[in-house]
Design a protein around this ligand. Sequence first.
Ligand code: FE2
Ligand code: FE2
Length: 266
Amino acid sequence: MAHWTLADIPWDRFDPAKVEPAILCLAKAASLVEQNGADYTRYLCNVFADDAEFQQAARVWGEEEIRHGEALGRWATLADPTFDHRAACARFSAEFRVDLAAARSIRGSRAGELVARCIVETGTSSHYTALAEATREPVLRAICHRIAADELRHYKLFYTHMKRYLASERLPLWNRLRIALGRIRESGDDELSYAYFVANAAAGAAYDRRSAHRDYLAAAARVYCPHHVERAVAMTFKAVGLKPHGRLNLLASDLAWRALRRRAAV
Ligand SMILES: [Fe+2]
Ligand SMILES: [Fe+2]
């Protein structure tokens, strides 16, 4: 059963005076990325072809990701009636496609795939927590609180299955760390940057990944606080098998926070 639906969102509390332009840009971009849930579900069902338990969990997960996109898209359309969510999704999907033909994980193993999924959920969980805390708009805050709770549950789901696979697949800490860092680096690839561009660029503008990614980071850096980064580092550490809290976390969090500010040039 769904944990929540669009009918649970208090849409009548929408306050246009409290919509912040930078946060609206982030919500629009996220509404597109979340809609890729269906493709990622197919990819995961291919990779875990003989694991019916995981496939069932992945299908529910994919439905929840799509619901995130629908809720954010509806809110973005309320905040900006010129935003055509369906058209933007179509444009985004036409250019950015998940590899649906893959029968094996692009991470080299199933445990590796689940490490990467934990990293993605770490990113989304911290992103929506930061958005919920940053926005003054009550409907977006209600949506982001629900999504952030889902993303944390998704992290726990993938972490649980990762532990199950680690019992039979050898994946040393160093390899888990390499996969995690690789997935973090991929946040600079096209998915987020192109979604941000499609959602926010003027009609006819040409796509440039570097500038789109910089614009995305600059907007995201405005909503992130050091405690969001510290929590994301703790979740990453846990996924790779390191102690989540302690001096290494504080050091890594400090470095990550500085890197975020530097790359966003704010
Ligand atoms: Fe999501
Ligand atoms: Fe998620």
